[in-house]
Structure formats: structure tokens, C-alpha cells
Design a protein around this ligand. Structure first.
Ligand code: SF4
Ligand code: SF4
Length: 411
């Protein structure tokens, strides 16, 4: 059933106050971009009078959502932008490039490699040699794929989905949660998912992994593949609703996945079942904070005094729940400070595009300098692609906050 409140109607609430322009990191870093007010609400009003109208600089929006976080009148600026981008590609599917195809469908390659013995090892070796010799960029460009000069995330030798099948979960198993790892944790960084399972088991909770999950669809949305994203949303929403009926919450450790499941499906596609499913989805530390309030969380004390710095991803801040991971880590005695230095510039696959590389690195400059000057030995951040950006720009090691918490249980 279609909801009455639709993101596109929110354009009419814009009073042109320009607050969104002041916080848009792309407007600051790249003067070509016409900015959220014009590209989002103003343009949406215009295009309803002329369907063929298209704002060319819309391609520069990274969907970071800082405009939505700030707008005092509830205008869903980034969603207007993504709907408009999707509308354009529905009318012009031939405009999609090979780079779009590759970056927005990373899950296809990851799934394909899962079925071939040693394929991931050879893929990783190939990427390493290609990057070290500069051949990678040349070969990709010759094939029509234009990637930024940065390391490509490597495939894990064992995906999270494979690891959990053979893992004997400990603990009393008083209750269950369903885990949505998302593509990055599942296929590139399964240690984050393992840490989540450890934390849950330490609290007598069993973690269910459902092999029917599909990519949350965030890369599809930013690439303008809205119809495909809607199909992914429908699959995931039906699974979430099954768990909701069984009283089992769904938890995500990736902030972009959590944001998709919790609010973007509803904002983009305006279906009432999406809103219903969203009520059963939690960010991992949001869920832990709720457990703490209920008095059901056993928290460890951290004995590791090493200095850490925390970066809050834009897609975490867009969930409007504060910074639960930072609060909890500080509470258990972790020596961690908030970088509080804005967007890292990566925004999912935005910074992986050659044409966005310079803008992406410029956006993150303040954060990179803050990290370098902090003297911290590791950067803690809830988003996988933010961690990729931080590693690339600062050469500092990074991890997810759930890994710090899991370690504290074992200290
Ligand atoms: S912050 Fe909101 S109301 Fe102000 S210009 Fe931007 S979209 Fe319009
Ligand atoms: S989503 Fe980010 S890049 Fe796009 S208009 Fe909003 S603030 Fe700017």
C-alpha cells in the first residue's frame, strides 16, 4: 500500500533558507555543483512542469544526507535528488556507464567469486599487482571503467556467510536476533560480523544469518538503478517482516545499510510495509543501548589504554540517534575522542569514481588533518567505506566500534 507522505511532496516545504547549502560538503569542495536547494527542492518543483528537464550537476551529489539532517523544514533533499537521478536513468538507461554497472553491482562479483575455489585469492593478487604497477587503472580505463587511484577493497578468504555456518555459538541463548551484515561486512570485512556475534553471545543472544538477504540497495540508488533497488527493498522487507512477526529484531553494523532499511526504503518508495519493517531494524549500538536501558546488557570494562579517535559517518548521524557507539565505548573506559570533523568524502561508492576522486579527498581534508594531529593509534568508525577512505588518506589502521567492544569482553 502506498503511503500518503511522499518525499517528493516535501519539496513544497522549502523556504529557501539556504541552511542545506551551508552544510553540503560537495558545494564547498566543488563549485561546479549548484547545491542542494537548487538541485533538490527548487528543481523538483520545476521538473513537474517539464518532465524532460534535467539538472546536469545532480551527478555530483554524494547522497551524504547532511542537507536532510540540517533542513529545519523537513525537506528530504537527498531523496529528491536520488528520485530525480533514478527518473533520468529510467528515461535514459543507455546513459549508464560501465563504471556505474561495476560499482553499483559489486554484490554480483562477490557472489560469483564465492562459487569458484581460489577465485578470491587470485582476484586479490591481481588487484595488488595491478595497483602496484599502475596497470589496474589502465586496464580498467581500456574496458570503459574509470576508477579513482585508490586501493580496491579486497575479498575476504572466508565470507561472513560461510564463517557463521560452521561457527558454534556460545552463551545461554535466551533470545535471538537476525543479523544483516550487508555486502561490505559479508564479503570484505567479516571480522566486524564476527565481533558482533561475540558481543551477542557474551549476552546470551544467538545470532541468526538469513541467506535470503540481498544487498540493501544503497549503491543501486546512488547509481540511478531505482527499479532494481526497489526489488532489493521488496525482498529484504518481506524477510524483516517475517522476523518482526516472530519477535526477532534485525540488526545491522553498517550505517548505510541500517539507514536504507530504517528510512530510505520508505522515503524512496513510500510503501507502508517498508515503514512497518523499519520499526524492527536497529543499528548494532542502538540495539545495545536499548538493552542497557532495559538492564539486560552485561558490559565489560576496557583495560586497554591506547588512544583512539572516532569518526561518526554521515549515514549514522542521519539516523538521528546521537552517537551510541562512542557513548558506550567511553562508558566502559576506552580512551577515545570524537574527531567531530565532518564528512570523510567517500559516501559509499562516490569516492571510487575517477571523476569524483579530487572532490572526495578535498571533502575529507579536515577529518584527515584532525586524525593525523590527534596522536591516536587507530581510527574507529561504523562505516566500511569511510574506513577505506581514512586508511587511504591517513595510512592509519581502522576498525569498527563493535570490534573494540568485543575485545573488551576478552581482556
Ligand atoms: S534547508 Fe530546507 S528549507 Fe532551507 S533551503 Fe534547504 S531545503 Fe529549503
Ligand atoms: S546529499 Fe550531501 S552532497 Fe547531496 S545535496 Fe545533500 S549535503 Fe549535498
Amino acid at each position: 500500500m502506498e503511503l500518503e507522505e511522499r518525499a517528493r511532496d516535501s519539496a513544497d516545504n522549502c523556504v529557501a533558507c539556504t541552511s542545506c547549502i551551508a552544510v553540503c560538503p560537495i558545494t564547498k569542495a566543488n563549485r561546479e555543483y549548484k547545491g542542494p536547494k537548487l538541485v533538490g527542492p527548487a528543481h523538483n518543483r520545476m521538473h513537474f512542469s517539464d518532465e524532460s528537464d534535467y539538472e546536469e550537476t545532480l551527478k555530483l551529489c554524494s547522497n551524504c544526507k547532511n542537507c536532510d539532517i540540517t533542513c529545519p523544514h523537513g525537506v528530504a533533499v537527498s531523496t529528491l535528488n536520488m528520485l530525480e537521478r533514478g527518473r533520468y536513468y529510467q528515461q535514459h538507461p543507455e546513459a549508464h556507464t560501465k563504471t556505474d554497472e561495476m560499482l553499483c553491482h559489486g554484490f554480483k562479483m562477490a557472489d560469483m567469486l564465492a562459487g569458484i575455489p581460489l577465485a578470491r585469492t587470485f582476484a586479490n593478487i591481481g588487484m595488488g599487482i595491478g595497483e602496484a604497477t599502475g596497470i589496474m587503472g589502465t586496464m580498467m580505463s581500456m574496458g570503459g571503467v574509470n576508477l579513482a587511484p585508490r586501493p580496491t577493497p579486497r575479498y575476504a578468504s572466508t565470507y561472513f556467510r560461510e564463517w557463521i555456518k560452521g561457527y558454534n555459538q556460545t552463551g545461554g541463548k535466551k533470545r535471538q536476533v537476525a543479523y544483516f551484515p550487508g555486502c561490505y561486512i559479508d564479503t570484505n570485512d567479516p571480522d566486524v560480523g564476527k565481533a558482533f556475534v561475540e558481543v551477542m553471545n557474551a549476552n546470551d543472544i544467538e545470532v541468526i544469518y538469513d541467506k535470503r538477504w540481498v544487498c540493501c540497495g544503497s549503491p543501486l540508488v546512488v547509481g540511478g538503478y531505482l527499479d532494481e533497488a526497489r526489488e532489493h527493498a521488496a525482498t529484504n522487507v518481506s524477510i524483516i517482516l517475517e522476523y518482526a512477526r516472530r519477535g526477532i529484531p534485525v540488526i545491522a553494523s553498517c550505517t548505510s545499510c541500517a539507514l536504507m532499511l530504517k528510512s530510505e526504503y520508505t522515503e524512496l518508495f513510500a510503501q507502508s510495509e517498508m515503514k512497518e519493517a523499519a520499526a524492527n531494524v536497529y543499528d548494532d549500538f542502538e540495539f545495545l543501548a536499548i538493552m542497557q536501558e532495559e538492564g539486560t546488557l552485561k558490559l565489560p570494562k576496557s583495560t586497554d589504554g591506547k588512544k583512539l579517535i572516532y569518526h561518526a559517518p554521515c549515514h549514522l548521524r542521519a539516523q538521528g540517534m546521537g552517537l551510541p557507539a562512542l557513548d558506550m565505548l567511553q562508558e566502559i573506559g576506552v580512551n577515545i575522542e570524537n574527531a567531530d570533523a565532518g564528512c570523510c568524502g567517500m559516501s559509499g561508492n562516490y569516492g571510487f569514481r575517477k571523476e569524483n576522486y579530487e572532490t572526495s579527498m578535498k571533502v575529507g581534508e579536515k577529518l584527515f588533518n584532525t586524525i593525523k594531529e590527534s596522536g591516536a593509534s587507530e581510527v574507529v568508525c561504523d562505516c566500511g567505506t569511510c574506513r577505506e577512505q581514512i586508511k587511504h588518506a591517513t595510512s592509519q589502521p581502522t576498525c569498527h566500534p563493535i570490534q573494540i567492544l568485543a575485545k573488551a569482553y576478552n581482556d
